[in-house]
Design a protein around this ligand. Structure first.
Ligand code: FO1
Length: 320
């Protein structure tokens, strides 16, 4: 078997875990392969003057073996001395947890952003985290331009107003009724250097089981991305983040409800219909393969729960 050029779009935890399976499958079955990951940056935020890129960091920490396994984000063996001290000073917010080790990443990123682009900074951070991945792997932000997901919410008795996605997701646990999800800055955003090339020159493009609205959605919304995916000669293959009518992880159901899309494997495929060639659904959703096929997308069912390394590798192998 010869090596493959694989390009994957990535949100946070689900994508990062899936990408571990991709690395394992490529290392075993396709020696000589290379992996390019295009990460979502629309849930980036500034906190305490620091630039935090949760999804990029989740990919780096997970592939680099430094992630907090139970949470799926943040660092293993974390301590919280700095944030506790900030709390004593009355510094807000305290609803978003930044550990000491994690904070070092944000300090490096913020310092470097004074003179370098987010792509360049991400490349520098990758030298630490991706060097030991058994398949040559690079992580590109979807864009060097600032894009932020905001959620228009209505609090009891109050007028609708927009809050940062992380405030809705983490502080309100996506429980505050949302009227709209808006990608601030998306019209002006350009794909980061290397992103369009990585799609055009790929042998296969993968859409991991990430949140379709706030993780994959922003990447697809960067001007030029959908066209690049629709015109690449590579098959574009996705893995459903919905199993049996519920998200495998996270609160994608609240996001889908906000944009008026059913919480089903077939409805999510419909969101990607213009770019997708193949779609994996769980065995419990085997009935959905006909609906997906009707959209012109080849569909197959298999067990999609990423229970351990073996099951995750099998899903990634099937997608490839
Ligand atoms: N998720 C939480 O539920 N609570 C947190 O306090 C929190 C902090 C945090 C810090 C750094 C980081 O990289 C991720 C963090 N996350 C936290 C996860 C994050 O909010 C989301 O899951 C992603 O942005 C969605 O992909």
């Amino acid at each position: 078997m010869t090596g493959l050029q694989v390009t994957a779009l990535a949100g946070g935890v689900g994508a990062a875990r899936f990408l571990c399976g991709v690395v394992a499958a490529l290392a075993e079955d396709h020696p000589g392969s290379e992996l390019t990951i295009i990460g979502n940056t629309a849930d980036d935020l500034r906190l305490y003057g620091l630039h935090v890129s949760p999804d990029l960091d989740t990919v780096l920490y997970t592939l680099g073996g430094g992630v907090h396994d139970d949470q799926g984000w943040g660092r293993a063996d974390e301590t919280f001395a700095v944030q506790s001290e900030l709390a004593v000073y009355g510094v807000e917010p305290q609803w978003f947890t930044l550990g000491d080790r994690d904070m070092a990443t944000h300090i490096v990123r913020t310092q470097m952003l004074g003179g370098y682009s987010l792509s360049q900074v991400t490349e520098a951070l990758s030298r630490r985290w991706l060097a030991s991945v058994p398949v040559p792997t690079r992580l590109l932000p979807m864009s060097d331009d600032r894009v932020e997901t905001h959620v228009v919410v209505r609090e009891p008795l109050g007028p609708p107003h927009a809050i940062h996605f992380q405030e809705w997701w983490v502080r309100h646990q996506a429980q505050l009724p949302a009227e709209k999800i808006v990608l601030v800055g998306i019209e002006q955003a350009r794909p980061a250097p290397g992103v369009l090339d990585a799609i055009a020159s790929a042998d296969v493009v993968l859409l991991p089981p990430s949140n379709p609205v706030v993780s994959i959605g922003p990447i697809l919304s960067v001007p030029g991305m959908r066209r690049a995916l629709a015109t690449t000669s590579a098959p574009v293959v996705g893995v459903s983040p919905i199993i049996g009518g519920a998200p495998v992880r996270g609160m994608a159901d609240a996001c889908l409800a906000t944009i008026g899309v059913d919480v089903t494997a077939a409805a999510v495929a419909g969101l990607y219909a213009d770019v997708l060639d193949g779609w994996l659904v769980d065995d419990v959703d085997a009935d959905a393969t006909d609906d997906v096929a009707a959209l012109g997308i080849a569909a197959r069912s298999m067990p999609l729960l990423m229970r351990d390394e073996t099951s995750t590798r099998a899903i990634a192998g099937a997608a490839i």
